[in-house]
Design a protein around this ligand. Sequence first.
Ligand code: ZN
Ligand code: ZN
Length: 80
Amino acid sequence: MNTINKKQKVCTTTTTTVKLCMKCNKKLHTMGFKCKCDNYFCIKHHHSDSHECSYDYKTANKEYLEKTNPIIAAKKIDII
Ligand SMILES: [Zn+2]
Ligand SMILES: [Zn+2]
């Protein structure tokens, strides 16, 4: 038996670091928005259009469509 020990414990140190907007360096406190590119932004810049978002939306959208398509197909079959 091949036992692969893949236990990855993420040590979350409770350090209260104030998040800053990656675009304007505004302190976010509770108003922070986490973008899909793993960066935090203020209410003005959290949109991917408002900052140079590195998140691959094209790939994500393609994956999303691939995931949702079988559901649509299954629904069509269900009707019949
Ligand atoms: Zn900002
Ligand atoms: Zn982004």
